[in-house]
Design a protein around this ligand. Sequence first.
Ligand SMILES: [Zn+2]
Length: 166
Amino acid sequence: MSVLPIITWPDVRLQTECAAVEAIGPEIEQLVGDMFETMYTAPGRGLAASQVGVMRRLFVMDATWKEGDMNPLVCINPSIVPLSDARSTNEEACLSIVGVSADVSRPNEIELSYTGLNGKRVTAVIEGFAAVCAQHEMDHLDGRVIFDHLGAPERAALEAKYKEII
Ligand SMILES: [Zn+2]
């Protein structure tokens, strides 16, 4: 396994929708191993394939490892259905937008469906920080980032702050 370079905003690939993973084989297995290595090293709680320049619908996450509880999850061709009208706002950071964070509002509870590395389709109801993490990574697969959740003035201010940092 190796640590891959993480591409950063405003790279156009972070604004581009990813295509479905068509077959799960050695290449995808290798990519997933490298993505976990990259995510844990960063260190982060989630990483989408597009963040390492692979334009496929795949992300890895581990919402709890920083608290000492490892829960690695591989989501291939994921889909998300919001289950609650209730939303919460969390301060979200992104490995591709280093140095700034944004308050992002999202549904509290979601149904997450995905194919695992074993090829089996799984559907799970998740909430709390794991739901935030999954929705953030899902956004990447659709070419969306934290900036896209902000109103125009907030976005302009945060992008200006980011550009000063990089
Ligand atoms: Zn991100």
